[in-house]
Design a protein around this ligand. Structure first.
Ligand code: TTP
Ligand code: CA
Ligand code: CA
Length: 508
């Protein structure tokens, strides 16, 4: 029996701003990107304010709402910060969002998690899985053997710690509570958590007691959980995979049930149905998930392989304005590469431009002392890609990659990202062969972190679309570009295809 914890920060970007600006958490606050809300604190949620709402609508709903715009980088490469007194918001046509502040806070939080538990997998900017199994046994004498947090149980169930599994979970819940306390005491951020026997269950229950609360799922409650949660709220089933499975149900069953749970799916379909669609091996895996069984290991991710800065802008024929965007991307690359090289003692060897379906690569300037040096290289790459002949343009991206260590690896300060065990190294090598695609445009990447960075720009674009149409729109993930295009009706039986199913729905 394993003990897995998933710790997730409450309204993460908002908390970063509360702490930075000294605003009490009881003040309704939201973080803004252009005109749309990307994070909403709990005081504002109580007033009905929702993520993705427009700033003006949110203000109408909650007039005392404090809106803090995320940092932006202007055309001169300067980072502009905002606070509760800022009178004007930035112009999307003249600047680019910088999420570096949140990345830095994320790094501090992850370091605290890692101090407690080295088997840690960063799952997004504000959450991580911890495999606490061994720790529970080695430290059990340090903690009281009682549950900490809300324990899921049947109406007349007992909270008695009468099995080894429950004992391990109880200690796990104590360790997670200590980690959360340490994050709060050190950085002032609250987080919520789920503690269970696997990643899938830990993740789904981590939001049951938010904010600032944790939930434990004892093994005997798993089957009840699988009949009460919706399939699409489970990790791995939020996108195309979940929709495909839900659609196996007869339409009237979908209509009659408010929650389409894994248990409901199992009642109406069989393993054979799944085998036909997903292939035997995948079907067995999915079938297990529907019963709450998930053997996915908690694995530390490798250092990212590349840093991508991208910008979508209004179509332009004007080379000067394209160069302004290029300057802005150069500044972002410079800032992020500088941060990365401090953390990991390494530097990139290649700089690539992606423009109008063309890529051009050159050597990354070394030593690189300013964003201007990157801009000069990027300008000559743009010329090599066709210069004025490729106008008009509406998209540019710069990538720093091909990293090499600047100090002997054995002398590096071992940060948690550098601690790669043999198993982790293996996982990294395997991942590097894996194709990851942007959920929105299908662009391929070699790491999920790289893809995450690229998806930032789609998120900004979506907010822009919302603003234009003055209506809430949902981004529709598209099927990733695949070398062998499948017809809609074709069955999906290779493991690669299953990966596609999973990848289109991962969240940041
Ligand atoms: P989440 O963990 O999804 O949300 P949250 O931390 O704001 O709120 P909760 O308390 O419910 O966990 O995302 C973490 C941060 O990532 C969030 O503060 C803002 C950012 N984010 C985006 O920029 N775009 C998105 O679509 C999502 C989901 C999050
Ligand atoms: Ca969160
Ligand atoms: Ca999260």
């Amino acid at each position: 029996m394993r003990v897995v914890g998933l710790i997730d920060l409450d309204c993460f970007y908002c908390q970063c701003e509360h702490v930075r600006l000294g605003i009490p958490s009881s003040t309704p606050l939201a973080v803004l990107q252009w005109n749309g809300l990307i994070a909403v604190n709990y005081a504002a949620r109580a007033a009905g304010v929702k993520r993705m709402a427009l700033a003006a609508d949110a203000k109408k709903l909650c007039p005392e709402l404090v809106l803090i715009h995320v940092d932006v980088i202007d055309h001169q490469g300067r980072t502009i910060q905002f606070n509760q007194h800022s009178k004007e918001f930035p112009d999307q046509a003249l600047s680019k969002v910088s999420l570096q502040r949140y990345r830095i806070e994320s790094m501090k939080i992850m370091s605290i998690f890692h101090e407690f538990c080295s088997i840690m997998e960063r799952a997004s900017v504000d959450e991580a899985f911890l495999d606490l199994s061994e720790l529970c046994f080695s430290t059990c004498s340090q903690y009281p053997c009682v549950f900490e947090g809300k324990v899921l149980q049947e109406e007349h169930g007992s909270l008695e710690i009468d099995t080894e599994a429950k004992k391990a979970l109880a200690i796990g819940s104590q360790i997670v509570a200590s980690i959360r306390k340490q994050v709060y005491d050190t950085l002032g951020y609250t987080c919520s958590a789920g503690i269970a026997q696997n990643k899938m269950i830990a993740k789904v229950i981590s939001s049951f007691n938010k904010p600032n609360g944790q939930t434990v799922c004892p093994p005997e409650y798993v089957s009840r959980l699988m009949s009460t949660v919706s399939l699409t709220s489970l990790r791995g089933f939020g996108g195309k995979m979940g929709t495909t499975i839900v659609n196996l149900l007869p339409a009237e069953v979908i209509g009659e049930n408010r929650v389409i749970s894994p248990a409901l799916i199992k009642t109406y379909s069989s393993l054979a149905d799944f085998e036909r669609i997903f292939g035997a091996k995948n079907a067995a895996y999915i079938w297990d998930c529907l019963s709450g069984i998930d053997d996915d290991q908690v694995l530390a991710r490798a250092r990212i392989k590349s840093i991508v800065a991208a910008k979508q802008f209004p179509l332009t024929k004007d080379i000067e304005s394209v160069l302004k965007w290029l300057m802005l991307l150069s500044s972002e690359i410079y800032e992020r590469v500088s941060f990365d090289s401090q953390e990991f003692s390494r530097e990139p060897k290649s700089l690539t431009i992606h423009v109008a379906s063309v890529s051009r690569v050159c050597t990354y300037p070394s030593p690189c002392k300013s964003a201007d040096e990157i801009f000069k290289q990027a300008q000559s790459l743009l010329d090599k890609a066709g210069g004025r002949s490729i106008l008009p343009l509406s998209y540019l991206s710069l990538t720093a990659s091909n990293f090499t260590d600047t100090v002997d690896a054995s002398k590096q300060i071992t940060s948690f990202f550098n601690l790669e065990t043999e198993t982790e190294k293996k996982a990294v090598e395997e991942n590097s062969n894996e194709e990851l695609h942007c959920r929105f445009c299908g662009e391929p990447f070699t790491s999920s972190s790289e893809r995450m960075a690229h998806e930032d720009f789609h998120f900004a674009q979506e907010l822009q679309d919302i603003e234009v149409s003055k209506a809430k729109v949902r981004m529709k993930p598209i099927t990733p570009k695949s070398k062998s295009k499948k017809k809609k009706s074709e069955s999906v039986s290779s493991s690669k295809s299953l990966k596609d199913f999973f990848q289109v729905q991962k969240t940041m």
